[in-house]
Every structure is written in structure tokens, then in C-alpha cells.
Design a protein around this ligand. Structure first.
Ligand code: HGY
Ligand code: MN
Ligand code: MN
Ligand code: MN
Length: 428
């Protein structure tokens, strides 16, 4: 057909660079942290402002906007064969405390701009194109990652978990959703599940969150696999007491048990002998948190990942055994050892990665196949649709901190490859 040889050239692909720069700054202004840091937590007031802004950009791009029960936002451009499973692209805009302006944001603003690029170039889609902003990807508020995409992928386990989670202020998921304008009830959660053949393909544009592309001077990364993430929530409890009056032999210090477990996490990760195994203790909360009171309760949260699922699971088992041993040795109670998520890795679709390579080549951009050590909404979309990810370099690989940065030139390269990839997939 007329379109089968559609292409974009470095010159015809006109990206509104100034517009992207303005949008990134505007979105970053919806934050609960002083700039340049960004904090934007699921269903907070700033999240609601950001959602409104994204919907306005989708409308300006001529997309038909809809939202599902928990606030996954979809912008649709009907194709000539609109009843075929569409091609989708998207990411998230929620941001962990004191993080950056680009993680997730590039994949939402970039997908909307990719639509604008295709419209400016006169492209007519065969399969409809959909931009998806997932309701939350970060585990910040309820300790569960990828709530939007995990639910879309049909996780009954998540639907059950959401019925009883509360955040740090004891607000339930449903109260939080209602406060953000999503008046949902428990039975609504399964209405978010998507059937397997809902999408022909799903593609996400994201900063690398690692240093490789920048170090090697390569503008485009093509993700072949996404590492297997897991998170564990642990509580130790002891008698606490007066920091002066209780002598050392009489203590069962929950705080020291947590400290010992944190070091055990590092030990067990290093024991794997493989550079791809990682482990982090990003949260340690001591109660009552007074200098002269022996911690009577310690809450720690552990994140461990690997591209090899079995190797990662072996680390989790060692961590569990250490938690039990430490509790016994110190006479504290291991009152909670909960594996919050223990997800398999995801493989990208080889036909989508081939399409991305063709698109990059047509745009005279070098590309490099690589794995993603960060997880993404693509990890879950891969369960219901062929998936692919495009990486762009970010400054020194920094992410999840205010120094996170990607130049608009790098972003523009990513948007062009995304636009041409979406066009090719739409014509399949
Ligand atoms: O932690 C991650 O991998 C993602 O950036 N939330
Ligand atoms: Mn992130
Ligand atoms: Mn992200
Ligand atoms: Mn907690």
C-alpha cells in the first residue's frame, strides 16, 4: 500500500524540541520537593495536577483520551483498521522522593511527541496508536511497584493486595484513589485486567539509568531483556528500653538486628559471584527513633535483582535464613518477613527489536542491544503483548536522584526512533 514504505528521515522527522523542553520543566514543577529534585507520589495533589497536564497534552495531540478504574490514562489515534489490536507506547510520571525529571517522563512526553511527529509528517496509521500513562510505576506509596501495568497484566495477587494495603499515614489504596478522583470499589480492580490480544505490540522509551550509552557515545539502546526484580519487607521486635539503664547482656536490640540483616544482604548478593546480582536496603525505620531509647521495632525494606531469576531467588532464600538466625541469636522476634514481589525477568520481542534497529539505521543513529537492570512498566506489558524498549543516554547514568539529566538532543533521537518504530508496527 502507499504507506508500506513509510519512512522518516533525519530531516523530515520534525520534533518540537523547544516544546519538549518546556513540557519537561512544566511537569517537573508538579512536585513535593524543591527543584531540581522531583517528588511525585501516586494520587497526591501534585500527581493529580500532573495527570491533568498529560491529558491536556494528549488532547492537543488530537488523541482520544480515556482512563481506567485506577487512573491508567490512554490517548488513542484511530487507524484505518481500527478494529485490529493497536500499537501502544507509554511509561510513568510518578517519581520517588528527591529524584529527577526524566525517569518515566521521557516515555510519556516522548510518546505524545512521537504521535505529533507522525501527524506532522502526514503518516496515516493502519493499526491505531495508543499512548499509555501508567498510574504508578514506583513502589513509593504502597510498597508495590508497577501497580498500573501489573494490574493491566491481570495480577489477581495485586488485586488482592490492594484490598488491604495502607500507606505510611494509614490511608488505604481506595481512599487515596478516591481523593485523586477515582472512586473505585474492590470489585472494580479486575475491570482493569487486559486480555492477551489487547495490543499488537508495546514499546517504551526510557533513559538508560546506567552509564553505558554515554560512555560508549551511542545514542540509542535497544533493550533485549529486563532484569528480575524482588522486594522484601521485614520487621524485628525487641523489648526496647532505657539506653542508660539496660545493660548490654540484657538487651534484644531490634535496630542492631536490622543493621546485621542489611550487611547480610550485601554478603549474600556478593556470594553469588556474578556482577548482575544486586541488593539494596533503601529503607530502615527504627521505633521509637529516640537517641536514648533502645529500638523496640525495626522495619527494613530490601530490593534485590538479577537478570537470572534462579540466582536472585537463591539470594532471597539466604536472606530469609539470615533473618531467622539473626532473630534467634539476638533474642528478637522476626515479626514480619514478607516477599512483596518476586517477579520473573522479561524478554523483548525479537521482531520489535529488529524493527527498532531498522528505524535507528534509517535515521542514521547507532544503536546497541543491552539489558535493562531497572524494571519498567514494560516488564508487565510483556506478559500480555510483544514488548520492546528504546533507551537514550543519561548524564553519568544518574537516576533516582536530582542530578538525573538527558539533553533534548538525546531525547529527540529517542523520539524519532520511537516515532518510526510505531509507524512500522502500525503498518504490520
Ligand atoms: O527501580 C526501578 O528499577 C524503577 O526505576 N522504578
Ligand atoms: Mn524509577
Ligand atoms: Mn522508570
Ligand atoms: Mn513501611
Amino acid at each position: 500500500s502507499l504507506h508500506s514504505h513509510f519512512t522518516l528521515s533525519p530531516s523530515t522527522a520534525s520534533v518540537d524540541i523547544e516544546g519538549l523542553r518546556r513540557q519537561i520543566e512544566e511537569l517537573a514543577s508538579f512536585s513535593d520537593a524543591p527543584g531540581p529534585a522531583v517528588t511525585r507520589v501516586l494520587y497526591s495533589d501534585k500527581d493529580v495536577l500532573a495527570r491533568r497536564y498529560i491529558k491536556s497534552l494528549m488532547v492537543q495531540a488530537g488523541l482520544l483520551v480515556r482512563e481506567d478504574a485506577i487512573g491508567n490514562i490512554y490517548g488513542r489515534w484511530d487507524g484505518s483498521e481500527a478494529d485490529l489490536p493497536p500499537v501502544a507506547s507509554g511509561s510513568h510520571i510518578d517519581a520517588i522522593p528527591y529524584s529527577g525529571k526524566y525517569d518515566g517522563v521521557i516515555g510519556v512526553l516522548g510518546a505524545i511527541e512521537a504521535i505529533n511527529v507522525l501527524k506532522r509528517s502526514g503518516f496515516q496509521p493502519k493499526r491505531s496508536l495508543e499512548v499509555i500513562m501508567f498510574t504508578s510505576e514506583e513502589p513509593t506509596r504502597f510498597g508495590i511497584s508497577c501497580i498500573g501495568s501489573r494490574l493491566l497484566a491481570g495480577s489477581e495477587e495485586l488485586a488482592d493486595a490492594l484490598k488491604q494495603v495502607v500507606d505510611g499515614q494509614n490511608i488505604s489504596f481506595f481512599e487515596a484513589a478516591r481523593s485523586a478522583g477515582y472512586p473505585i470499589h474492590q470489585e472494580d480492580l479486575s475491570s482493569v485486567f487486559l486480555k492477551k490480544e489487547s495490543y499488537h505490540s508495546f514499546v517504551e522509551l526510557h533513559i538508560e539509568q546506567g552509564p553505558i550509552l554515554e560512555e560508549e557515545g551511542i545514542p540509542i539502546g535497544i533493550v533485549t531483556a529486563i532484569a528480575a526484580p524482588a522486594s522484601i519487607s521485614v520487621d524485628f521486635e525487641g523489648n526496647g528500653g532505657h539506653a542508660g539503664a539496660v545493660l548490654m547482656p540484657a538487651r534484644n536490640d531490634a535496630g542492631l538486628a536490622a543493621a546485621e540483616l542489611a550487611l547480610a544482604v550485601e554478603k549474600h548478593v556478593l556470594e553469588s559471584g556474578c556482577i548482575d546480582t544486586v541488593g539494596t536496603v533503601g529503607v530502615i525505620e527504627l521505633h521509637p527513633g529516640a537517641i536514648n531509647s533502645i529500638p523496640s521495632k525495626a522495619h527494613i525494606e530490601i530490593d534485590t535483582r538479577d537478570i537470572d531469576e534462579q540466582r536472585r531467588n537463591a539470594v532471597i532464600n539466604k536472606i530469609r535464613l539470615s533473618a531467622i538466625r539473626i532473630a534467634e541469636n539476638r533474642g528478637v522476634t522476626l515479626s514480619k518477613f514478607k516477599i512483596v514481589n518476586q517477579d520473573p525477568p522479561a524478554l523483548s520481542s525479537s521482531s520489535i527489536t529488529a524493527t527498532m534497529q531498522d528505524a535507528a539505521r534509517q535515521l542514521n543513529l547507532h544503536s546497541k542491544p543491552m539489558i535493562s537492570r531497572a524494571y519498567h512498566d514494560s516488564l508487565f506489558m510483556a506478559r500480555i503483548s510483544p514488548m520492546g524498549m528504546i533507551f537514550i543516554p543519561c548524564y553519568k547514568g544518574y537516576s533516582h536522584k536530582p542530578e538525573e539529566f538527558a539533553s533534548v538532543e538525546e531525547i529527540t533521537n529517542g523520539v524519532k526512533v520511537l516515532a518510526l518504530t510505531l509507524a512500522k508496527l502500525s503498518l504490520e
